[in-house]
Design a protein around this ligand. Structure first.
Ligand SMILES: [Mn+2]
Length: 358
């Protein structure tokens, strides 16, 4: 079919397809890794790559620096994901998924041991630093899981069963259920193939997007009480004290920036979330969302983070109030420079992308 040939060429250039195919064919032992604080696309693409490699007769190690949320334990292979301490020094190939820079692999990737191993980077972040020996970076894909649909096709791996469930998870979570501004016909065609392969949209939506804890909802309530709106930028803070008072776990309350962006009076939203990092320090996780035609990736990049135009983020040292004030001001500046005359913008109802910078 001419059309599908065109689509494949657009997303998976022939030279990269050839390079990936031969890198995988030559490798006996393969380590696959995705990013810290793994989201649905990180976990889905990691497990999906695992199923693709198994179809090709390989037996890969799948590793994440941070333990994945049990929300995703319905994806076949979930229990086999290992932590950094189970990762050895010797592999023939490392495949890095959904990470825009090497530090995003966290403790799984140890440069002293791993820098000499060929690294294949598969990512869709426009801010990707091209840090692999082979770099397949496709910012026009809504999820790495979408890219793996094309890779599976190129490698003649059937898009069904376990693989379909894994890949549809990343497509659904990174597009917030096919609602983001980067949800185009190619995304929907990829989703059709995965549903034809047996994955079920409504089950994955129920397990992911439509699944929150009571404590998480109460935390949102506390945070929304203090939400601010200035110059079409809306933001809210989530402090460790609020989290404790709501009885919420570390992962409860994620996704609030997407809800904030539904404000008609705003074009850009942000949340500032206090966290305790691995070193035991209090840091502020900043998460940005933008409506179509606005771009928050450059502000994230300027603060040492990254992401996509509609969804980006960074992590800064506190204190919370100062970080929120400074970054909200920077977002308002960015919003002013991106402002367009009233009347040119009609699409104000859709939400932006989901993943932050990973
Ligand atoms: Mn992603």
């Amino acid at each position: 079919m001419i059309q599908s040939h065109k689509r494949r060429v657009r997303h998976l250039p022939a030279d990269i397809e050839q390079a990936i195919g031969s890198a995988i064919a030559q490798a006996q032992s393969i380590l696959c890794v995705s990013h810290v604080a793994p989201d649905g696309d990180a976990i889905g693409s990691l497990l999906g790559m695992g199923w693709i490699l198994r179809s090709l007769g390989k037996n890969p190690i799948l590793a994440l620096a941070d333990a994945p949320s049990t929300d995703f334990d319905y994806i076949p292979g979930f229990a086999g994901i290992v932590g950094a301490s189970s990762v050895g020094d010797d592999y023939d190939l490392i495949i890095c998924l959904d990470a825009s820079s090497p530090d995003r692999m966290g403790a799984v990737y140890r440069p002293a041991a791993h820098d000499r191993i060929p690294l294949l980077v598969i990512d869709h972040h426009i801010t990707n630093t091209q840090f692999g020996a082979i770099n397949w970076v496709a910012p026009d894909c809504a999820a790495v899981c979408q890219m793996l649909v094309y890779l599976a096709e190129a490698l003649n791996v059937p898009l069904s069963g376990n693989l379909a469930v894994a890949l549809l998870t990343g497509l659904i979570t990174d597009t917030l259920g096919f609602r983001t501004s980067n949800t185009d016909a190619h995304v929907l065609q990829a989703a059709i193939r995965l549903t034809e392969g047996g994955a079920r949209i409504q089950e994955i939506v129920a397990r992911t997007l439509q699944s929150r804890t009571y404590a998480g909802l109460r935390l949102w309530g506390a945070s929304l009480n203090g939400a601010m709106l200035e110059n079409r930028v809306i933001w809210a803070k989530i402090s460790l004290v609020q989290r404790a008072q709501a009885g919420a776990r570390n992962e409860d309350g994620d996704g609030l920036a997407g809800l904030l962006l539904s404000a008609k009076e705003a074009d850009i939203s942000a949340t500032f979330t206090e966290r305790i990092n691995r070193a035991g320090e209090v840091v502020v996780e900043c998460s940005f969302r933008a409506k179509p035609d606005f771009d928050v990736s450059q502000v994230a990049l300027a603060y040492g983070g990254g992401g996509h135009p509609p969804a980006a983020g960074c992590t800064l040292n506190g204190p919370l109030d100062k970080v929120a004030a400074d970054v909200a001001a920077a977002l308002q500046d960015a919003r002013q420079t991106q402002a367009q005359p009233i009347g040119q913008k009609f699409s104000s109802t859709l939400t932006a992308g989901n993943s932050t910078h990973g």
